[in-house]
Write a protein that binds this ligand. Sequence first.
Ligand code: TXA
Ligand code: MG
Length: 309
Amino acid sequence: MLIPLEEAIQLLLKPVCIAVPTETVYGLAACYDQEEAIEQIFALKGRPRNNPLIIHISDESDLHTLITTAPPGFRQLIDKFWPGPLTCVLPVQSHVSSLVRANLPTAAFRLPSLEITRELIARTGPLVMPSANLSGKPSSTLPEHIEHDFGQNFPILEGGCCIKGVESTIVIFQEGRWVVGRQGAVSLEDLAEVLGYLPSLLQKNSQGPSLCPGLLHRHYAPKAQLFLKSDDMAKVSHILGFHGRIYPKDKIIYEMGPLDRPEEVAGNLYRLLRKLDLDGVNKAWIDMDFPVTGLWRTLRERILRASEN
Ligand code: TXA
Ligand code: MG
């Protein structure tokens, strides 16, 4: 159920959790210091409590009362990517609820670029927002995805569009360098332009306080079984493919977008993964013959995770 800004503010301050659009995907929002509403988020999503939340701010100055120090390179990163789809993991002040940060000494911060979301946060104060989906399922990029997961009456702030379609990129400062905890809408190449090096990916088995816990959990998966190897195309009747590419005539094609527009493909991916389930498709083949750099790298990772059993 779409609601206007004023009602969204009232609900959040009550405190109740609601869905909020961002430029990446929809979030399930609660005020960062309202434990009761944050508990609601974990319960609604079925989210493991060792998976911490991103704190969304409306202005860089919000950080003064939230973080202890800013690692080297932070200024350059936010000058380039904030507001926008970059999340930075930073040492956090101890008053920030351990529920938000899963007992870590750090928390993840993001300044979203969608105007209405920033206006909302400016009025409510910082909001925690995990993606608005049942844990393990594809993130929501349309209001109907939220209604599907949380019911027709679930309040959703109106007036925003998730133009990027994939989540923010998460960066963590570790042993003198920034590493990527989760690939996302900002590509490694974009980061390299600012950092002067191509950041490496945090390994799944990394230990210690900088671990990106979300890496450990099943993610982005529809009910449908996904096949990715070219030999497996014969096993399915449905294909997630590219506009302009020729596929066998007997297949039903869900077009992700053209090969020269990865942004468009990103914008469609979760919608199409969800559409497979809505249409009752139980097996699909995804065309993985696409470039390996830039945003394509994120898309490949999301598809691989979505296909894991
Ligand atoms: O684009 C996005 O980032 C969306 C929109 C709504 O802003 N939010 C989102 O949140 O994707 P969520 O909760 O689905 O993913 C947050 C990720 C998780 O993988 C979590 O483990 C990681 O951020 N994370 C949060 N706090 C962290 C911390 N202190 N250290 C390392 N990773 C952290
Ligand atoms: Mg998520």
